[in-house]
Design a protein around this ligand. Structure first.
Ligand code: NAD
Ligand code: MG
Length: 388
């Protein structure tokens, strides 16, 4: 029986993970569930899945969690604070960790799972963008298995069965293009948060949905691919594919190209992560290409309308603390956009301004990266208040 911790259990990935796990009660059990601040939703999940431990990051919600679990007659142990996820990640409460917290907040529990050599199902791409070298070094040192859950990287992982990039000429990440594909920059001035989160193909949390609309999501994924597969930026390409059925390509030096296809449903990638190198049913149907319209289209990304993709490539090439700052600037800008405080086009403008104002330094330690993250947040929050 595999014991699984889900960090970010109340989110979109958390729901998909619990769905797959509940299909195989003889193989998998959710033993730890952790959430940010939606304590009632967390208690509801505990009623359904009976984990051994529940963590609410918001310390003020501890008594609500404790009393809710007790009133529900559950033996689930309550915990509060993000540090509790680090402790549980490293403990024998779990052998597998699904890292599905959104944003830089997920870094420390992801690192804790990596250090403890747990099987790490990594959805939290921001931790790789922020501290990719450190995280990959921890995984290698502890000898754990890392399975990327992001659909593109999961596709590439499946196309590289021995996990080694030998003979790979390049990686081609596919992108849906988001809800605003085909629009010019001028047509993006007035778009609203509600329009930006209405993704045409994937149902996801609000932050990643906005990232998909700006193409920053693909930019973060380029950096993610760089760390996961040891590919330099020049050998990573992006191709817009509106059907979202081909999840990425790997081109080898002999002219062969492999791709992974499937319906856009994260339960597939989570099932791959849980069962690898085996396979388990995920609840996702096989791909009927005729029923899906019988056509696969591809086009180049529009870097003028969606400058975030170019900014991410530039940050990767600049190296050092630049990707950590790109991520922090973007997180704060997206949060301000979702709150209606800034416009859609302010997101790339603020990221560009922040990267220009804050020259990168070498990223020799986690402290340096976290200081860069904080400096970038302060810089962009000041810029946002000047815009208001
Ligand atoms: P979501 O907003 O639906 O869920 C986020 C989860 O993180 C929630 O459980 C929330 O309670 C928790 N959380 C938020 N802030 C926290 C904090 N400070 N401390 C502890 N917990 C906190 O997001 P999502 O769409 O499920 O995405 C989660 C991660 O997976 C992101 O990094 C995203 O980029 C990645 N991802 C998601 C998808 C998808 O299809 N949803 C696909 C690929 C990658
Ligand atoms: Mg993705």
């Amino acid at each position: 029986m595999r014991r699984i911790a889900i960090f970010g259990a109340t989110g979109s990935i958390g729901a998909s993970a619990l769905d797959v796990i509940s299909r195989h009660p003889e193989q998998y059990r959710a033993t730890v569930l952790a959430a940010g601040n939606r304590v009632e939703a967390l208690i509801d999940l505990c009623r359904l899945h009976h984990p051994d431990h529940a963590v609410i990051a918001d310390e003020a919600a501890f008594t609500t969690l404790r009393d809710g679990l007790r009133d529900a007659g559950l033996t689930t142990q309550p915990h509060a604070g993000l540090a509790a996820t680090d402790t549980l990640a490293a403990s024998d409460a779990c052998d597998t960790v699904i890292a599905a917290i959104v944003g830089a907040a997920g870094l420390s529990s992801t690192l804790a799972a990596a250090r403890a050599g747990k099987r790490l199902l990594l959805a939290n791409k921001e931790s790789l963008v922020l501290a990719g070298e450190l995280l990959m070094a921890e995984v290698a040192a502890a000898g754990g298995t890392l399975v990327p859950i992001d659909s593109e990287h999961n596709a590439i992982f499946q196309c590289l069965p021995d996990g080694r990039p030998d003979g790979v000429a390049k990686i081609i990440l596919t992108a849906s293009g988001g809800p605003f594909r085909g629009r010019t920059r001028a047509q993006l001035v007035d778009v609203t948060p509600a329009q930006a989160v209405a993704h045409p193909k994937w149902s996801m949390g609000p932050k990643i949905s906005v990232d998909s609309a700006t193409l920053m999501n693909k930019g973060l994924e380029v950096i993610e691919a760089h760390h996961l597969f040891g590919m330099p930026a020049q050998r990573i390409e992006v191709l817009v594919h509106p059907q979202s059925l081909v999840h990425s390509f790997v081109e080898f030096i002999d002219g062969s190209t492999l791709a992974q296809l499937g319906l856009p449903d994260m339960r597939t990638t989570l099932a791959v992560g849980l069962a690898w190198p085996g396979r388990v049913a995920s609840g996702v149907a096989g791909l009927d290409l005729i029923a899906q319209g019988g056509e696969l289209q591809f086009e180049a990304p529009d870097l003028d309308a969606f400058p975030c993709l170019g900014l991410a490539f530039a940050a990767l090439q600049a190296g050092g603390t630049a990707p950590a700052m790109l991520n922090a600037l973007n997180e704060e800008a997206v949060s301000a956009f979702l709150q209606g405080r800034i416009g859609f086009l302010d997101i790339p403008a603020l990221v560009e301004d922040g990267l220009a104002a804050l020259p990168p330094t070498r990223a020799e330690s986690l402290d340096v990266l976290q200081a860069a993250d904080q400096a970038a947040r302060q810089h962009v929050l000041a810029a946002i208040s000047r815009l208001n």
